[in-house]
Ligand binder design. Structure first.
Ligand SMILES: Nc1ncnc2c1ncn2[C@@H]1O[C@H](COP(=O)(O)OP(=O)(O)OP(=O)(O)O)[C@@H](O)[C@H]1O
Length: 352
């Protein structure tokens, strides 16, 4: 398996409408590592769907370069254009499954027939098709629903059928474009957990396009935030949700972890106080930190703000503390915290 599943290099997509040019995607470059759950988030109209449609060339870029699973798919610059051949593209597209907000199931066919339909060109014999389709339904938790018709199923169950169908050709990449947007919170979480299970069991790369930040926080390893066609933030969940200082990205991901917004809302004067933000990755660590700082360095730490959030099931804590002690002791205490793998950001003067 290649290490990078999708590589975008300076990808742009323009549309012309009523003689106006819409820059739906502008000069986007990033890699999606194989085997990850990779989120692409942003407001409606940010360019997310257009960008992911370039992966399997359902949408041809205006310029830029795209490689998928180590294969060159498309390149266009001032010197010319090169595009993967039609038959090779057809073959490669089988490695890319897609699910959408709309399930697009055939209502006159049973659930099993819907999945079997996707195996029509697989070269398998009828019996093998039936066996594989049944296995796929079992993989998505619908073993008992083979003979049902789509309309007899809930939205969440129908999306499971769509997932089974998308997995029919054993893809290496599954693109989920707002697949949970029409579902209630419980069904949303069940579908997200299924995507995570498929990622873990099959090594499937999942590309999750969504405007729902809770979905990203629940299962993604990395995320890019798009706004007006551009990537404005990218990195791990901690990089984006906790450490980002990009004002638009902050608005999109929320302010729960943003020290600046927290301090502004509390009207705290950061000029006069020795405030630091501590981000740590274990629930148990907060109490010992405070006690240790005093015991080891005679630095008292009053808690201004504390919160714990789960990122991909792992609790992450954020505290803003006001440190009091001699300058040397405060510096020694900060070094001690950094050695404990606590991310330390000094906040003196962040609010003016
Ligand atoms: N075929 C098209 N012709 C003209 N404009 C388009 C076309 N497809 C998309 N756009 C425009 O490109 C921009 C990006 O749209 P896109 O659907 O990629 O955004 P998005 O982030 O996926 O949002 P949403 O979740 O609402 O679909 C929007 O301004 C949209 O109106």
């Amino acid at each position: 398996m290649t290490e990078t599943s999708v590589k975008f290099e300076n990808v742009s997509v323009d549309f012309t409408q009523d003689k106006q040019t819409i820059h739906a995607v502008s000069n986007v470059s990033f890699d999606i590592p194989a085997g990850q759950i990779f989120g692409i988030a942003g407001y409606s109209g940010a360019g997310k769907s257009t960008l992911v449609r370039t992966i399997n060339l359902l949408q041809q870029p205006t310029s830029g370069k795209i490689s998928v699973l180590g294969h060159h798919f498309f390149a266009k610059d001032d010197h010319g254009e090169s595009i993967i051949g039609t038959s090779e593209l057809r073959k490669e597209r089988r490695k890319i499954g897609m699910i959408f907000q709309h399930y697009n199931l055939l209502n006159q066919k049973t659930v099993l027939e819907n999945v079997a339909f996707a195996l029509k060109h697989s070269g398998l014999k009828d019996k093998e098709v039936q066996t594989k389709a049944k296995q796929l339904l079992s993989d998505v938790g619908l073993a008992d629903y083979a003979k049902h018709y789509p309309e007899q199923l809930s939205g969440g169950q129908q999306q499971r059928v769509a997932i089974a169908r998308a997995l029919a050709n054993d893809p290496e990449i599954l693109i989920s474009d707002e697949a949970t947007s029409a579902l209630d919170p419980e069904n949303t979480n069940q579908i997200l957990d299924l995507l995570q299970e498929l990622n873990q069991k099959r090594g499937l790369t999942v590309i999750l396009i969504t405007h729902e930040m809770d979905a990203i926080k629940r299962i993604c390893d990395q995320v890019v935030i798009m706004d007006q066609g551009k990537v404005i933030e990218k990195g791990s969940l901690i990089d984006v949700f906790v450490e980002s200082t990009n004002p638009v990205a902050r608005k999109i991901v929320g302010n729960d972890f943003d020290a600046l917004s927290i301090l502004q809302s509390m009207k705290i004067d950061t000029q006069k106080r020795n405030l630091v933000k501590l981000v740590y990755f274990s629930q148990e660590i907060s109490q010992p930190i405070i006690v240790d700082l005093y015991a080891k360095y005679q630095v008292s730490a009053s808690i201004v703000y504390a919160d714990i959030e789960k990122f991909k099931g792992q609790p992450v804590g954020i505290m803003i503390v006001d440190l009091n002690g001699t300058d040397d002791n405060v510096q020694a205490a900060l070094e001690y915290l950094k050695n404990l793998d606590v991310q330390v950001t000094e906040l003196r003067g962040v609010t003016q």
